[in-house]
Design a protein around this ligand. Structure first.
Ligand code: PEP
Ligand code: CO
Length: 405
């Protein structure tokens, strides 16, 4: 008996096998890959986390956002934990999206689509494969679907059974969003949409499903994105997204060249479809002016992309204690500059992408908080804004001068 409740939601093995043959960065070395086929098969037999109808609805809303009808807020943890996907956790995260979305709505006069880094933001790209802890050389933490953060060899050993546990946690999160009345049955503009970096191919490929219109979509999230480290146009991550009918996003950093960005646009948005592709600029407050030639080139090539501002990932610095942090001032400055630079180049910045938590944390620096090692610093990857800091950042959202509200 098929376990899929939705017609046409069977796994698409053709896309999976095509992508599996391409170079892919940032994948773990599983010490016991013999477990993977079983994990893949179980995952491929699971019901989809999101329906194709929802994915299409979001695509249509993003197309309207590209016409200036909506703003976008995408926010949540840098790395989500399966232990924090319970109804209480999800209710607080949704509440945070609402608080921040309402602020953006007030300052822009536009309704705000609310998207969580939620229900699957479980794997992380890392700049090193290894780190030394107390003279022990350990694999780095790559997110809870790969290994555990504790600095011990057993915890850090990649374990494929974590992939299934992650998918189950994502389902708890999706169910919790539904039960809050913000999921499948809710009016489109009231929904909380799910998104994450589609990084771990062993998690994503089994979740590629056929849909009733003859194509395929990624059933792990409404809106997957590609990270700055895996956006090579001929590699697995971009080619996978190219085959999918979800709206997709791609992070773009200060090293990106015009040619690279145009190549990504060509692969991901060949038909120049409004809402299909969002480019998330994450340059840093000191470098955001470098987005200008990219905005011009993409526009000239005729891609109706949405631009978003991620003021987090280009502004990461280290404290003297070696803690990763971000200064709220730099985050606010990047937001203001990004809105201006994009509009000076005849496009509109459509929204904000933030790493933020409803918890009372001290990971970023500003609004009365500074990062100190201890219980207030809990992020297992990048430093998040506390709710108060995120409110201060969201207050810098506005439409560019001269834009019609
Ligand atoms: C992230 O969003 O957590 C991330 C790793 O971003 P980027 O790919 O922009 O570095
Ligand atoms: Co991050």
């Amino acid at each position: 008996m098929s376990r899929n409740p939705l017609p046409g939601a069977e796994h698409d093995p053709l896309i999976a096998s095509m992508v599996a043959g391409l170079p892919a960065r940032q994948q773990p070395q599983w010490p016991d890959p013999s477990l993977l086929p079983q994990v893949r098969e179980r995952l491929a037999g699971e019901p989809p986390l999101v329906s194709y109808d929802s994915v299409k609805t979001l695509g249509a809303l993003l197309a309207r956002a590209s016409e200036g009808e909506f703003c976008l807020l995408q926010a949540g943890d840098c790395v989500e934990l399966p232990t924090e996907c319970e109804p209480r956790d999800i209710a607080r995260k949704v509440e945070m999206l609402d608080v921040l979305g309402d602020i953006m709505c007030t300052s822009s006069g536009l309704p705000v689509l609310r998207v969580g880094r939620i229900a699957g933001q479980f794997s992380k790209p890392r700049s090193q494969d290894w780190e030394t802890v107390y003279e022990d050389r350990l694999p780095v933490f790559r997110g809870p679907v790969v290994n555990a953060p504790d600095p011990q060899r057993t915890a850090r050993t990649p374990d494929p059974s974590r992939i299934l546990a992650g998918m189950k946690a994502a389902r708890r999160a999706v169910t919790a969003i539904d039960r809050l009345g913000r999921g499948e049955g809710a009016p489109p503009q009231d929904r909380v949409w799910t998104s994450h970096e589609a990084l771990l191919l062993d998690y994503e490929l089994p979740q590629v499903r056929r849909h009733g219109e003859g194509g395929s979509y990624l059933a792990s999230a409404h809106w997957p994105w590609i990270g700055e480290r895996t956006r090579q146009a001929d590699n697995a991550h971009v080619r996978l997204m190219a085959e999918l009918d979800n709206p997709v996003a791609c992070k773009i950093g200060p090293e990106a060249t015009v040619d690279e960005v145009l190549a990504v646009c060509g692969v991901l948005d060949p038909h120049r479809t409004p809402g299909r592709l969002t480019l998330i600029a994450r340059f840093g407050a000191g470098q955001v002016a470098r987005v200008a030639p990219l905005v011009r080139a993409v526009k000239q090539a005729g891609h109706p992309v949405l631009w978003m501002c991620d003021p987090m990932h280009g502004n990461t610095v280290k404290t003297p204690d070696g803690l990763k942090t971000r200064k709220l001032d730099a985050i606010m400055s990047e937001i203001r500059q990004c809105i201006d630079v994009v509009s000076e180049n005849s496009e509109r910045c459509a929204g904000l992408h933030l790493e933020a938590s409803p918890d009372d944390i001290s990971e970023c620096d500003g609004a009365g908080r500074s990062p100190v090692p201890g219980p207030g610093y809990r992020s297992l990857c990048d430093p998040r804004l506390s709710l108060v800091q995120a409110v201060a950042a969201a207050a810098h959202w506005r439409l560019p001068v001269g834009a019609a509200a």
